[in-house]
Structure formats: C-alpha cells, structure tokens
Design a protein around this ligand. Structure first.
Ligand SMILES: [Zn+2]
Length: 318
C-alpha cells in the first residue's frame, strides 16, 4: 500500500514533530537472515541512511532533547531519532549521525549492559525460530509474557530454554558493554536516555519498584557517561497517570511512548512527558514514512488492536 504523492502535497507539515524509534541495526543484509533478533524491529545501516536522506530532502529539521527543552525547534517541520534498548550494533549509527550531522537519543536497559545478557524477547525469538516456530506463535508468546514481571519472565526463560539461553549469540543480538556505552555517549550527536534497569513494563509494578528501576539505571548511566539522563522511553510504551506523576517527581523532563502519532506543535508542557513515536519499519522508508507524515501508521494500528485482543486473557505461565 502506498500513498498518492498528490495527497501529501495537500497536507501542511509545518507543525509536525515526528519522532521515530529504532532498535537494532544490521551491518549488512546477511545479518538479517541469521535469526538472532526480531527482524520486524531492525533495519540495515543503509536503510538508516535512507531514512535520514528522506527527511532531509523534505526539509525536516532533525532535533535533539536540548532543542525540545529550549523550545528552539526552528522553522518548518521537525523529526527526531530515538533508539531503544541498547544493542551493541547501535554503535553503527554513530558514523551515520556524524556524516549527516544529525542527533539521536539512545535509551538503554542497564541490566543487559551490566550482565552481558540478551533481551528476553530476543531469546524467545531465537529459540523458537530455531525450532521452526511460526512468527505468529512467537509474537503471541512474547505478548503473553508482557503482563508478567521481569522476574517471572526470567524464570520462564530459565525453565524453557535453560540458563545458557541468557548468553547472546553474536554481535547481532548482544548489548553494549559498559565501556561501549561510554564510547557511544562521547559522540556530540548522541544523548543517552533511561529505559529502566530490567526493561520493566512499569505499569505492572508498585511505586517503590518503579522508582528503583528508574533511579538505579540513571545512576549507572551517569557513572558511565558523566551525564544524568533527563529523558526516558517507557518499555513497551506503556504508561498511566500515576506513572507520569512519579516520572515528573524524579526529575525527568522528557518521556516517550510508542503510540504511533504525530506530536503537533505547539503543545502543552505536560506533553513532554508522553511524546508519541512511530516505529521505524524494516521496509523502504517512504513505505511507512509517507503514512506517518499523514499521522497514520497502519502496522502499529494493527499491532495495538492485536495486543488489545490478546491482553484480555492472561495466560498461566509454565
Ligand atoms: Zn525496549
């Protein structure tokens, strides 16, 4: 499905603030076929360059957290790049960002960095892919697990795949080391943000644990980079009002959801704590970005409907 270019010309994009989130980057096409991380979430570095080219050609300004906080967004539409989770392969983005001179924020999950473990959703994917399971059942298993705490998820993985399964398989699925996080943070085009200690879906936790997840990850990032994050991406995009109150109380200035929606400017200050983001898709950039410019992301709409349907029955873990 493609958008008719005539339609795009009829829409004013001047007040757009489009924010995109990426996960892992593949160094080349071959890495995609290895089955080490969810292919739907990741793109090649070539596709990443094409993404930046696409928006530069449309005269969008690429903006940073500082631009947002100063309110200096300049003339014309704006776009923002964010990366979630903290994969080692995110280092591949740095050359591209420096070549184009555009900023990006990297939200990192600190437990995986501290302990060199794989993301639980990747573990499910890798092992089930090896067992030749279909994508649909892999997604269902991942979605079911999201209603549980990280401790219960870890137990489930331990029981089903064994203790060795937490070890990454390659540079494709591994996370940054603490030293590599420091290296990443040194680029003038990079900001490091908070994505909790355990990739905790915060609405499933009590206040005390939420505070712990956010403060301990900020402590670690500050120790590794010298800067205390002011920004946060909610794991799985989930938030509610009581969570926003805690986030504000802890001093975070900017927080990001995964609701695929345009942030039309100008907006109230409170909007800074729940900025919406489109997911970057592993296809040609115009195939999804044309839709995002019209404030529409068909893939995310489909996923959120599916999630709502699946969410009704909390399964028993075994
Ligand atoms: Zn994440």
């Amino acid at each position: 499905m493609l958008i008719n270019p005539m339609l795009l010309q009829l829409v004013s994009e001047k007040n757009n603030l489009l924010i995109f989130y990426f996960h892992g980057l593949y160094a080349n096409e071959d890495q995609k076929k290895a089955g080490h991380i969810l292919p739907q979430n990741n793109i090649t570095t070539k596709q990443f360059s094409e993404f930046i080219d696409y928006f530069l050609n449309l005269k969008y300004n690429f903006i940073s957290i500082e631009d947002l906080l100063c309110g200096s967004l300049g003339e014309g539409p704006s776009v923002m790049i964010t990366f979630d989770d903290g994969y080692f392969n995110n280092l591949l983005a740095v050359d591209v960002l420096e070549q184009y001179e555009v900023p990006a924020i990297f939200f990192v999950t600190t437990r995986n960095i501290m302990e060199n473990t794989s993301m639980w959703a990747d573990i499910i994917y890798k092992y089930r892919f090896k067992q030749a399971a279909g994508l649909k059942s892999i997604y269902q298993e991942q979605e079911f697990l999201k209603s549980y705490s990280y401790r219960e998820i870890n137990e489930y993985i331990f029981k089903n795949f064994g203790p060795e399964s937490f070890k990454p398989w390659s540079d494709i699925d591994r996370f940054l080391t603490p030293e590599e996080l420091t290296t990443l943070s040194k680029s003038p085009f990079v900001t490091i943000g908070n994505h909790t200690v355990n990739h905790a879906i915060l609405i499933n936790y009590e206040e005390e644990e939420i505070r712990k997840e956010l403060l301990e990850s900020n402590d670690f990032i500050e120790q590794r980079t010298g800067d205390r994050p002011l920004s946060l991406a909610f794991p799985n995009g989930d938030f509610n009002q009581s969570l926003l109150d805690i986030v504000e109380d802890l001093g975070f200035r900017v927080a990001f959801t995964t609701i695929g929606r345009n942030n039309k400017l100008p907006f109230e200050n409170s909007k800074l704590l729940c900025l919406d983001r489109f997911m970057a898709e592993p296809s040609k950039v115009y195939k999804y970005a044309d839709f995002c410019r019209l404030n529409y992301q068909p893939e995310m709409l489909y996923l959120s409907l599916k999630k709502r349907m699946l969410g009704k029955n909390k399964p028993v873990l075994h």
